[in-house]
Ligand binder design. Structure first.
Ligand code: ADP
Length: 151
């Protein structure tokens, strides 16, 4: 499958007062069409920053716009269906099952998986959910802004 996302040695720092927060420190990976890749790791390791850079979204603006704000299984499923209706090459999801009970989370996961198989969209998901990590083709484990392991 064609490569749809390629990050080569990407770094990102935020200025916080006089300090710099090094959110990403040389992250490289590729995502191929139809692949489902989960980015996992502790809070603050750089998952959202990675997704936002792939999306071309500045982290200072994202809060009002990001669909991850949706809560509830129905809304989440609607968001996923809407995202996939145009057959995008890549779907980015930040904690897509984060606010859901396990049955709703499983339904969202099933929907994403089915539609990616049907439409060939690649999925790049930041998650704490073991079920997503298990379902993914590959898991990228981050720590302190870097890739600790790619499995
Ligand atoms: P994760 O999604 O894994 O929880 P983030 O990508 O949100 O991690 O954050 C990575 C690091 O960058 C953290 O130390 C976080 O505090 C910092 N960070 C994220 N967004 C901002 C911002 N807008 N300003 C300053 N620091 C930020």
């Amino acid at each position: 499958m064609a490569v749809v996302v390629e990050l080569i040695n990407v770094s990102k720092s935020y200025r916080r007062g006089d300090e710099f927060v090094h959110a990403l420190r040389g992250v490289s990976f590729t995502l191929a069409g139809g692949e489902m890749v989960a980015i996992v790791g502790p809070s603050g390791c750089g998952k959202s920053t990675t997704l936002n850079l792939v999306a071309g979204v500045d982290l200072t603006h994202r809060k009002d716009h990001f669909p991850a704000q949706l809560s509830g299984g129905e809304q989440q499923r609607t968001a996923v269906a809407r995202a996939l209706v145009h057959r995008p090459a890549v779907v980015l999801a930040d904690e897509p099952t984060g606010a859901l009970d396990s049955a709703s989370g499983a339904a969202v996961l099933r929907l994403m998986d089915e539609l990616r198989r049907e439409e060939g969209s690649a999925l790049l998901l930041a998650t704490h959910d073991d079920a997503i990590a298990t379902a993914a083709d590959r898991v990228i484990r981050m720590r302190d802004g870097a890739i600790e392991a790619a499995l």
